[in-house]
Design a protein around this ligand. Structure first.
Ligand code: GTP
Length: 596
């Protein structure tokens, strides 16, 4: 297809604002999927179509669309929807010339959408603003058209109104995409350059790589090279998705499609990297490539120690599909053998944990998440700390922590509550804008460490669920941080050590000591629970001694009941961990580490 007839676009939307439903309608209206095959969320469900041997999420679909003059090819490129994946979003946007900004006409724009809109504007994408769900009785298209027009600087009249559900306005939207979004430009005679905007591991085919060709062309069977690593691979298959994968004779300037090379690990096909031909290599890679950098770290331990090899295997498998996941073995006196795992953010952590539990049937404990600190010692030595147990004991000159630029959108009545929350989290207000008289956008600089710890929940509860949040990394700052240890009878319990701001050390110590006092059963002797910074104790609780006699409860001579109790106690013993001479049931560690 000649580039003038191609339009590459994505849909920027908040979860539940109707992206999948609109995509379904587009597939239908363009005839890519006929009435008979149509089912809800066609693209999302494609992974069920395994017999084709390829798993397709909705990364990119090609749709023909005929206007009065010509038939055009529309490539709809999917963007991931969450804060942790800003880099991936930025690469999907870089593969497009335009974006449909889709906003629920009954809800208005959310922080996430706003952040992605700004990203699209920075990338010079043509924005087509659209209000969805206008069939809803609660829709307020006038009000929200006004809001959107204010944000992108257009006329409220230019904000389109559609319903993904009924299909109203969808053909007009496709016409508008052809009319307003510029066709791709590139040099067809130059050496090939294609940008990878997604890569997905498939059990049957290995890694499926999604690319947008910028210059030149790629053809089947040729050898390609990845510009970041110089690694070369044979192109086993190249094609387009419409809506099933269809092998093609190649991809030219502006085209979007998939490549299969037989590599088994998404790390060999990195998002943002440039693909070129091996024989005629481009001299310069496309801009914007970055290695994924983990921001949040947590120890993951199997509750049953014998699951450790299974945990390793599960992580090795997940890694094939997740270039951002990093981990290394770690041991803890309290929790046994496990891994220290790095994540892009809290959602990434939750996703990985959930997949390990659901797909691999593992029961896990995770330690309190922490960020990466840079500790400079008095002698000038610099130590990177991703685990509180690595915190150096020498004299410390300074410590830096990562900070983020956060955007919060909320009804204006909650401004006070939000300011108060951000203040307690060491935030600095950077600016505030009214989107409308009732809605405000607040911009903060906040330490990442303060966000990873239940910030979102606190924000939601203070704003009755109305606030939305987005954030992106914004460098580091020097901060007054200390490491707080928790000691049982003088022995440090490594899993509870935390790096916290000096002003919060006392609160953390008191809270943890209190929790453990409640959770650890009495022993034969008195056990002090202390919180300490270095050698200085900042909080103390005492677990009083008890002579524990399980049989004492059994009056009378019910021998089977006695046996049962002894049996039970033995089982419980197996789950006990020794910290020095103190026996702690593993349950107590799990309960103390849970954030609620
Ligand atoms: P995620 O896949 O979770 O990101 O959501 P999404 O943005 O893709 O939204 P989805 O298409 O799944 O729609 C969310 C909900 O809104 C579903 O219950 C849809 O049925 C409903 N919905 C989507 N479009 C419309 C519409 O135009 N009108 C009405 N009334 N409901 C709609």
């Amino acid at each position: 297809t000649p580039p003038e007839r191609i339009r590459n676009f994505c849909i920027i939307a908040h979860i539940d604002h109707g992206k999948s439903t609109l995509a379904d309608r587009m597939l239908q209206v363009t005839g890519v999927v006929d009435q008979r095959q149509m089912r809800d969320q066609y693209l999302d469900r494609m992974d069920i179509e395994r017999e084709r041997g390829i798993t397709i999420k909705s990364q990119a679909v090609r749709m023909p669309w005929a206007t009065a003059e010509h038939t055009h090819i529309l490539n709809m490129i999917d963007t991931p929807g969450h804060v942790d994946f800003t880099y991936e979003v930025s690469r999907s946007l870089a593969a497009c010339e335009g974006a449909v900004l889709l906003v629920d006409a009954a809800q208005g724009i959310e922080a996430q959408t706003l952040a992605n809109l700004y990203l699209a504007m920075e990338n010079d994408l043509t924005i087509i603003p659209v209000l969805n769900k206008i069939d809803l009785p609660s829709a307020q298209p006038e009000k929200y058209a006004e809001e959107i027009a204010g944000l992108i600087g257009c006329d409220p009249e230019d904000v389109m109104r559609v319903s993904g559900k009924t299909g109203v306005g969808v053909p007009e939207l496709l016409d508008r995409i052809v009319e307003l979004i510029p066709p791709p430009v590139g040099d067809p005679d130059a050496p090939a350059r294609a940008m990878i905007f997604d890569s997905v591991y498939d059990t049957y085919r290995g890694v499926v790589t999604y690319v947008r060709v910028v210059d030149g062309a790629l053809s089947p069977r040729e050898r390609i090279a990845m510009m970041s690593t110089k690694a070369t691979h044979e192109l086993l298959e190249i094609g387009v998705i419409s809506p099933e994968p269809v092998p093609s004779k190649g991809l030219g300037v502006g085209e979007v499609g998939y490549l299969i090379t037989g590599v088994k690990d998404v790390r060999q096909s990195k998002v943002g990297d440039t693909v070129t031909g091996e024989r005629r290599q481009a001299s310069e890679a496309l801009g914007g490539y970055k290695d994924p950098k983990p921001m949040v770290f947590s120890g993951l331990y199997p509750i049953d120690g014998s699951d450790y090899p299974d945990l390793r295997e599960a992580l090795d498998k997940l890694k094939l599909n997740d270039a951002a996941l990093v981990y290394e073995p770690e041991t803890s006196a309290a929790l046994g053998f496990g891994f220290r795992v790095g994540f892009l953010g809290m959602l990434h952590l939750e996703i990985v944990r959930e997949r390990l539990e659901r797909e691999f049937g593992l029961d896990l404990i995770s330690t309190l998440p922490n960020v990466e600190y840079e500790v400079t010692l008095d002698d000038g030595k610099v130590v990177e700390v991703t685990n509180p147990s690595e915190f150096p004991s020498g004299r410390i000159d300074s410590i830096t922590e990562p900070v983020v630029r956060a955007t919060i959108l909320a009804p204006s009545e909650f401004i006070g509550a939000i300011m108060e929350l951000c203040q307690t989290r060491r935030g600095t207000l950077r600016g505030m804008d009214y989107l409308s008289p009732e809605r405000v956008e607040m911009r903060y600089t906040l330490p990442l460490a303060e966000i990873v710890f239940d910030f979102f929940d606190a924000l939601k509860s203070r704003t009755r669920g109305y606030a939305s949040l987005d954030y992106e990394p914004d460098g580091t700052q020097v901060a007054d941080l200390v490491k707080v240890d928790i000691l049982l009878q003088g022995d440090t319990v490594d899993a509870f050590s935390a790096i916290v701001h000096k002003d919060k050390a006392y609160a953390y110590g008191v809270q943890m000591a209190g929790k453990l006092k409640e959770l650890i059963p009495r022993q034969q002797f008195e056990v002090p629970v202390q919180a300490a910074i270095g050698a200085r104790v900042i909080a103390r609780e005492t677990i009083r001694a008890i002579r524990k006699d399980v049989l004492a409860k059994c009056y009378g001579g019910d021998i089977s009941r006695k046996r049962k109790l002894l049996e039970k106690q033995k089982e419980g013993k197996k789950r006990m961990k020794m910290v020095g001479s103190v026996e702690v049931p593993q349950e107590a560690f799990i309960a103390a580490l849970s954030q609620d």
